[in-house]
Design a protein around this ligand. Sequence first.
Ligand SMILES: *Cc1c(COP(=O)(O)O)cnc(C)c1O
Length: 451
Amino acid sequence: MDRNDLTRRQFIAAASAGSLAAVASGTIPAYGNITKKAGKLAILGGKPVRKNKSWPRWPYWDENVVNSIVKTTKSRIWCRIQSKSGTVPTFEKKFAELIGTKYCVATGSGTQALHTCVEALGIDAGDEVITSPYTDPGTIASILSARVLPVLADLDRESYQLDPDDVERRITENTKAIMPVHMMGQPCNMDRIMAIAKKHNLKVIEDAAQAHLAEYKGKKLGTIGDLGCFSFQSSKTIACGEGGAVIGNDEELMDKCYTVHNHGTSRRGRTEVAGPKYRMNEFEAAVLLGQWGGIEERFARRNENAAHLTSRLKDVPGIFPQKLYEGTASGSFYIYAMTYRKEYFNNADRNKFLKALSAEGVSLGAYIGQGLHKEPWVEHILSSKVYKKMYSKKRLREYREQNRCPNCDKVCREMVMVWASGPLLGTKKDMDDIADAILKVYENRDKLSSI
Ligand SMILES: *Cc1c(COP(=O)(O)O)cnc(C)c1O
C-alpha cells in the first residue's frame, strides 16, 4: 500500500470504526457497521439483490421529441442557412441562455466543437495543447485535426481529472492552450488551471462534453475558460444522436468559431479562412428542442440520486466515490464513478468484483481500458511527415520519453462506474439496489477468489 492509499476519508472511516492503531500501522481496518445479513452471492447460487427490474433507458424521448422532428420534416427547413428562425439558431439562443453565456455555435459533434475552438484561437501546426489522457478520443482528435501536438498530463488519482501540477510541468515555449476535460461531468480544479493559464499566458478550452449544467464556484462548466465545448452524442446527458456546441462570451472569437465551422465562410458571406464544414443540421436541433422542458428536471434528479448513492457508498471500505474539488456545486452525472481498491476485497481482481455485482442485477463497468497516451496514434504522429517537419527532432524524442501517466494507468485499473445518463433518473430504491449489491459483495469478499 503506498502513501496515497490512505486518504483523509479512509482515515476518518477507520477512526470512526475505532481502528486508529490499524491506520497507524498501515493495515486495513475492520469495518464495524456492516451487518452479516446479505446472504449468499447470486453468482454462487444465492438470491440476487435485483431481479427483472429495468433501469430508465437512454437516450430520452417522448412525444414532444417526435412532434418536433415531424415539424422540422414538414417545414422543409432542414439546414440552418435556410432560416434565421430554424431549429439550429433557436437552439443556439436557448442553450446559451441555459448555460448563462452570450453566444453559442452549434456543431455536428463535440469533437467538431473542440476542433473549431483550436482553429478559431489560431493554434496551429508547431504549437502544443496540454490535455488529459483519460478522455474520449475526440478530445485528442480535435487537436490532431489541426496538426497540433497534444501533450498529455497525468491525473489526480482520486478525482480522475488533470493534475494541475503536472500540467504546469509540461508547459513548453510552444504551449498555446490547456484543454481541461471535466470527466464524468464533474469539475476539474479550475481555480488552479486558470491560474496556471494566466501565469503562462495560455488559452483555456474547456472540454465540457460530459458536463452539461454542472457548476463550479457559481459558474457553469464551459463558461470559465476562453471557450467551452459540449457534446450531444447519444450517450451524453443531453442527446440528439450526434451533435455539439461551442459557447463563449467574446463576440469576436465566437464569430470566428462560426466562420471556422462554416467552411471558413463568415456570417457576412465572405470565405475568409481555412475551415471544415461542421454545421449542426436542423433535425439534430429539433431533437434537442423537443426535450427542452425536462432538461433541468433530469439534471436535478441525477444530482439527488447521486447524493443518495454517495451517502450510501461513502462508508463502504474499498469503495471511494470520485473525489470532488472544493467549489463543486453540482455535476452532470454522465457517469457515476468510484475507485475500487482490491486490497479491501481480499485482493479480488476488479473483474471478479464486476462479475459478482452483475449477477446481483447491478452492472457496473470499467470505462476506459487504457489511457490515450498508450494508444497507437502516438507512434503514428511521431513518424508522420507533418509532425516531423513542424517539431524538432529533440522535441519529438522528449515527447516520446515523457509520454507517461502512471496515475492514469492506476485509474484505468481501479475505476468502476455506472453509465448514469439513464440509470440515475431512477428511484431512490434503484440507488439502494446499487449500494446494497456493492455491500453484499463486500461482505462476501472472501468468496470472490472462488468465482
Ligand atoms: C463525448 C466526448 C467527446 C466527443 O464528443 P463527440 O460528440 O462524441 O464528438 C469529447 N470529450 C469528452 C470528454 C467526451 O465525453
